[in-house]
Design a protein around this ligand. Structure first.
Ligand SMILES: CC(C)(COP(=O)(O)OP(=O)(O)OC[C@H]1O[C@@H](n2cnc3c(N)ncnc32)[C@H](O)[C@@H]1OP(=O)(O)O)[C@@H](O)C(=O)NCCC(=O)NCCS
Length: 189
């Protein structure tokens, strides 16, 4: 069966529950929801397929572009054209069939062509054992590396575990998970 083409639009206040459901289904908490909707330095996109009757939307994923992070200008900085792609979430039932790849490629194209990015930045879980302080890179880090992203600074402890399904065996739920930081040059400076 051929699935309808993936489409995207900017998320609005009316999408709050859908965005929250995506974030929770990926194991994370509610902390960024307000930024998704109302933070002026963020643009949030909802990715969906049209329903069979063509009148509705079946949400499959989301992602954000962030244009300024004052405390972390290497990740997002309007003046230097550094845009962060964050909160890439695909509903679990929609994964492993190319949705993540398409969604991420669309976010990259939007950042470059709509917003003039010269550098793209991402952060993700550093290690395959999520609560470890070293070891094999996470599949997420490898996923970005396969798409041309290069780690540019050392990992730091950043993410709360919440009730993340990959952390059920973690011996200490209060330990923050290591984040790693990667960038890709996409334009002339
Ligand atoms: C990362 C994510 C967006 C990928 O979405 P997806 O729809 O499954 O992506 P695709 O079908 O395009 O591709 C699947 C890819 O993930 C890899 N992958 C998925 N799960 C994996 C796992 N458990 N172990 C190893 N690789 C895995 C596949 O090898 C494939 O990689 P490739 O395209 O480079 O060959 C999705 O897994 C997700 O939403 N994860 C939870 C949220 C999250 O952690 N987001 C990243 C925030 S930084």
């Amino acid at each position: 069966m051929t699935l309808p083409t993936l489409q995207h639009r900017r998320a609005t206040e009316t999408d709050r529950e859908t965005l929250l459901a995506m974030r929770k289904s990926c194991g994370w908490g509610t902390d960024r929801i307000d930024s998704y909707i109302s933070e002026p330095s963020w643009v949030t996109y909802l990715f969906f397929r049209p329903t069979e009757d063509g009148k509705g939307e079946q949400p499959v994923g989301m992602g954000c572009l962030v244009f300024d992070i004052p405390g972390d200008p290497t990740m997002a900085n309007r003046e230097q054209g550094v845009i962060a792609i964050t909160s890439l979430f695909v509903f679990p039932e929609c994964r492993a069939s190319g949705v993540g790849n398409q969604t991420f490629t669309m976010l990259e194209q939007l950042a470059i062509h709509e917003y003039g990015a010269k550098t793209l930045a991402v952060d993700t879980r550093a290690y395959e054992i999520p609560w470890a302080s070293e070891g094999e890179s996470s599949y997420l880090k490898k996923w970005y590396e396969r798409r041309g992203y290069v780690e540019y600074r050392p990992p730091i402890r950043r993410y709360a575990q919440d009730n993340h399904p990959d952390c059920v065996d973690s011996p200490d739920k209060s330990v923050l998970l290591y984040a790693c930081f990667l960038r890709k040059e996409v334009g002339k400076s």
